[in-house]
Design a protein around this ligand. Sequence first.
Ligand SMILES: [Zn+2]
Length: 62
Amino acid sequence: MPKQKYAKNGEAAAAYECSKRTCKWQGTTDQKAEKYNGYGITEHVCPKCGNNSFYGLLNPVT
Ligand SMILES: [Zn+2]
């Protein structure tokens, strides 16, 4: 059986992968860039492409 790579809903993610297939940046929450959206909320975005959605990875990025 192939090893599960992505965290499912409710599972703790050790790291994140940018959901943009052309980007695939991987890193931890600390390594994400922060972007102020203008409504009192700062969101985490990919430092490489600026995308704001990520997949959770079960294993830390080495
Ligand atoms: Zn990205």
